[in-house]
Write a protein that binds this ligand. Sequence first.
Ligand code: GLC
Length: 489
Amino acid sequence: MSEFSADRKRIKCLFTAVEADPLVKVGGLGDVAFSLPNALRNLHPDEIGGHEIDVRLILPCYSTACHSVSESSRKTHFDVMTGLGVIPTTIFMTEIKNMPVYLISSDLIPQNTSVYTSDSYKDGLKFLFFSQAALQLAITPGWDMDVLHANDWHTAIIPYLLKGGKRTGIYPKKMKSILTIHNLPFMGAGTQTALRDLGIPFSNDRKLPAWARRLPLPMGLSASDRIVAVSPSYASEIQTPEYGNDLNDFLNSRSDRLSGIINGLDTELWDPSTDHELNVQFSTQTLPDRHHNKTVLQKELALEENSDIPLLAFIGRMDQQKGIDLIIDALRLLTKQSWQAVLLGTGNTVLEKQALQLQTDFPDKVRAIIKFDSHLSRRIYGGADILMMPSRYEPCGLAQMIAMRYGCVPLAHATGGLIDTITDYGQNIDATGFLFEDCTATELAKTIKQALNVYKIKPEWIKLQRNGMKKDFSWHQSALSYANLYINI
Ligand code: GLC
């Protein structure tokens, strides 16, 4: 493999994030922050030019995480220097699936609160302090990290502080940084006071717009050795005015450092042939069995039990980004057609109410279930026919990959990771779903109508399902791409 340099060695990487399954998981970052380091550790040296990637995960120690850290886990104490003075800090060490996991605990990282709260000062303080502590640990004698991998605004200050410290000689020049962007619009707004309190100076990078020099994400983007977006399409999109959140020109100026690597899917966790949540487990060979799951689901939802009626689904956060409003409007345009729909998730209360209203108006067709229910979501993936994802933007997205693996055909806005994972129906024999360009309710309705027509042509539909189920979404390929970055940085 020529892209991996011949200089064989063990690469030590500290992977920093503020949520990681199974310890603390709120959203998509949580899925990635365990699966990716785990996949990196599982790469065989022969695949990466004889190198070995020694990656360790580090998280803030919130109460849920603490609970699962066994009593026997080792702990040590150290002091972290901040603008607020010396902060006594404890670090717990444990292992999950053979991966060393470190949890940082201090008074600045409160217990028993949500990971993300509406108090941006407090969130700023805990995440920025966590970043300072992780960085201090990385240079502790014996640790000697080669790569610090930060994720989103919460830990973006690590590359920033690292670069500053290299300039003044506190940090070793050989230590490199990578910052992965999971969601560009979240830049750490409202954390200026926390930055100041912790003694972190604002950026003076003239390439950054003035407003961005005091926000953790742009500060990190300006200093990081490499920037990764979670899909190649999103990496291009964020360099355009439409998706760039006013950082497009800046990101474009760093395009030689910016690349896109698509996230993978935990194919053990998401496997319809072993998923006990399903009434009937199935694979491509036993796909015809899948219809039992659909009728059981229709029964559970108190909808007509008829496998000929196409069952549409939405699973996710009910907010503007995910386009649930477009689904509600589009379905209202299609009430004369035969279909059923289940909308599962929580989020914006106005949108939740609109989803419930749709159910009230069309009780024979619609179920709006306003809760987070991972068990039900599995039964929906394994029984529904079409997963609707009209996300206004989608850096990568996970639901479309799960849906394809479970024989549920995705229908999505052609954006970000949705473009990179779904092959549009058309004349394409490898098609796995439906993509539409303009993110409007009319376009969505038009595409749903097209999908409902294809649904009637059974061999066509089965081909779509099989193509999706056969796709390899495992983390292996993504881990190879990240390893390549670590090695050649
Ligand atoms: C964010 C993005 C989502 C991505 C996830 C993991 O939640 O919105 O598209 O899949 O991060 O990278």
